[in-house]
Design a protein around this ligand. Structure first.
Ligand SMILES: [Zn+2]
Length: 120
């Protein structure tokens, strides 16, 4: 297994960046929770028209999709932070080889090398 490690001067700012990204996404998650019409406490009490229900349904679906997206990104960020801590940043989750640094430069949270990402 590859023993190459990224220098601290690269990992330190990257960790900071990921941590601030994590915070931002957590805020976004909270905002989405309050945006979701299904979380409206008055909802059960109101005898709204069918139209309003449809609008709520649509709003809920939209918010759900956004939430899923944010969840996914958050998981990737946390996984990457863990890998940094373990000294495994930049290594493929699947085969343990170094991930192409060009790939990491575009998205530091990629977890697989190009070969494993293509093979699936
Ligand atoms: Zn791989």
């Amino acid at each position: 297994m590859s023993k190459i490690k990224f220098p601290t001067k690269i990992l330190q700012p990257l960790r900071k960046q990921l941590q601030s990204e994590e915070l931002k996404l957590k805020k976004r998650q909270e905002n989405l929770n309050t945006e979701d019409p299904f979380n409206d406490g008055d909802r059960l009490n109101d005898n709204a028209a069918v139209d309003a229900d449809a609008a709520e349904e649509f709003g809920h679906d939209r918010v759900s999709a956004l939430k899923l997206e944010v969840d996914k990104t958050l998981i990737n960020i946390r996984k990457t932070l863990t890998k940094i801590k373990l000294g495994r940043f930049g290594l493929c989750d699947n085969c343990g080889r170094m991930i192409d640094t060009d790939r990491l430069a575009i998205d530091p949270t990629v977890s697989k090398c190009i070969r494993c990402a293509v093979e699936k």
